[in-house]
Design a protein around this ligand. Structure first.
Ligand code: PGA
Length: 256
């Protein structure tokens, strides 16, 4: 076991309005015990429209969930219709921002360069990016997994100093495993996360071992324990199985 504290994050994607969000987080707060938060950081990343509501709930009830956003723009303010600024997220006491999720990259044109700007913007406003990387099925079958994630890491962290990089979380999410019910085997995930950590060591010799790297892609109550048993895997980014509080609580409680 490494001494990195595991981090399990719920990526709700475009699900759960702010009223449903209250019910889900209240239920989670009964299912997840105080002791659990001592051994795992638990983060909820709802849609933007839920953030203020969940901030209020978390603060009023003194819940220990971290609050995360799923994206943001890199400018502080300006004529950018439809975008949300990191300054606005920080004002809502957002702790984490997912950056470079494959759905953003594939459906909304987030390039490596844009991902890098967003990482820097999130760090500038003292939040923690959850930087997503991962290969397509074609890339995996062509033996290109390692080169892909190595390149994405170097691009995302270009110009980011070691002290700032230490604040970041990385999520390895093979694209073919997202929402498909087909997860990477624990050995494969562990191996690729090892490649990611090697790239981080190359960039940040003294900090890389402190950085947490999650696995994401069809994580469920039934496979979380074997994934968490892997030495390189420091947690999970959970999509579909995070929508149901019972399932997500079982994932957070993988040790029981
Ligand atoms: P999934 O999504 O758990 O539904 O596969 C993971 C993600 O996209 O972060």
């Amino acid at each position: 076991m490494s001494d990195r504290k595991p981090i399990i994050a719920a990526n709700w994607k475009m699900h759960h309005d702010h009223l449903v969000a209250i019910q889900v987080v209240q239920k989670l707060s009964y299912l997840i015990e105080k002791d659990d938060f001592e051994v795992v950081d638990v983060v909820i990343c709802p849609p933007f429209t839920d953030l203020r509501t969940l901030q209020t709930l978390i603060e009023a009830d003194k819940l220990e969930f971290g609050l995360g956003a799923q994206n943001c723009y890199f400018e502080d303010s300006g004529a950018f219709t439809g975008e949300v600024s990191p300054v606005m997220l920080k004002k809502l006491n957002v702790d984490y921002v997912i950056v470079g999720h494959s759905e953003r990259r594939e459906l909304f044109g987030d390039t490596d360069e844009l991902v890098n700007k967003k990482v820097k913007a999130v760090l500038k406003h003292e939040m923690r990016p959850i930087v997503c990387v991962g290969e397509t099925l074609d890339e995996r079958e062509a033996g290109g997994t390692n080169a892909k994630v190595d390149g994405q890491i170097r691009a995302a962290f270009a110009g980011v100093k070691a002290a700032a990089a230490e604040q970041c979380v990385v999520a390895y999410e093979p694209i073919w495993a997202i929402g498909t019910g087909r997860n990477a085997t624990p050995d494969d995930a562990n191996e690729t996360i090892g490649v990611i950590r090697a790239a981080l060591r190359d960039l940040y010799r003294d900090s890389a071992d402190a950085m947490r790297i999650q696995y994401g892609g069809s994580v469920k109550p039934g496979n979380i324990a074997e994934l968490m048993a892997m030495p390189e895997i420091d947690g999970a980014l959970v999509g579909g199985a995070s929508l149901d509080p019972d399932d997500f609580a079982r994932i957070v409680n993988w040790r029981r």
